[in-house]
Design a protein around this ligand. Sequence first.
Ligand SMILES: [Zn+2]
Length: 412
Amino acid sequence: MKAVSNAVDSERLWDDLMALAGFGAREDGGVCRHALSSEDIAARSWLIGKARERDYSIAADDAANLFITRAGRDNALPPVLAGSHMDSQPAGGKFDGAYGVLAAFEALRALDDAGIETARPVTCVAWTNEEGGRFHVPCTGSRAFVSGAVSDPAQTDDAGISLESALRSTLDAAPDIERIAPGFPVHAYVEPHIEQGPVLEREELPIGVVTGIQGVRWFTVRVEGEPGHAGTVPQASRKDAFQAAMRAIAALNTLMADTDDIVRFTVGHLSIEPNSPNTIPAAVRFSIDFRHPDAAVLDERGGKVADIIAEAVQPCTADTQLTTSLEPVAFPDPVTSAISQAADGAGLAHKPLASGAFHDAAHIASACPSGMIFIPCRGGLSHHPDEWAEPEACTAGARVLAGALAQLAETN
Ligand SMILES: [Zn+2]
């Protein structure tokens, strides 16, 4: 385990990270690499080219998930899988997703370079459309892997291109790799990722052993009022949809209050109709993003959201829709302990940490024992051009991954 950790090549990994960041590079130093875009297709073909330099097998499934496999002693055994996604937010950074794919690819090469044979094959994966930036339902690839089919292939991007046709273009661009159906038996899955939060940096820890991913409830709310002239309609007889929405949000803040600071509650999108300075707002739409690691808390508080809004917006009315409901995921011991042991073996300090953000691992966790490795990122910043992870941090995570994969690829 130690030999493979030591075989991780810092410079090679860093060069790869910077090279991948060149596909969709923004002038401000960030990255815009939408899923299945020409930039994404070019990045995939770059990675396929690198995989061909080694004796790896390469395959893609119907969701254009890309699999690069280093053979084991018994290739009939389900592989150990590691990776993340290569798509970015429109104003994203160099590391979110990209790091996980390239750390996994580096781990494959480290296994080669350390001369280690594993019982099971080890596969590096790049999942399609994790971010949902272009096709708005996120985690297209990991969802398809678990369910066996791409969901809603007819959905279109802002230019009217369907997911189905974008998938076809991407797959057609790499005609000489093996095509497989989505989903196959996997022994374990490990996803390395920047933390996207401040904890590891603040505590000067190189490694977070992720214990799980908190659950999510997303709502959209439409408050209906009555438009009118801002100068003539008396205050007392108004049905001002914006004032009503503000009362609703204040009431939700009370519902979501948490002295332990574990609840995450955000109203991130709000629109006003007609959005005119001298017209009383007729309607307001706003979003609710509510997260917590405990399903009971999600159900209990999430279940009260619609009633609290309806009460607070009076005399206006509100329509509250639950649009997404994702249960919390707990990562199991065989994977978390392999990660902890690999960190110990590499002499890297670590702590258990829950993930605040959502990841492909949340979906894959329903198919096989899964886990994640977090590395610190500057200021906890992500989904931003200034997103940054130090080279040593990237190396540390890849060393832990390589050690964990070597161990998991030997176990029953
Ligand atoms: Zn990500």
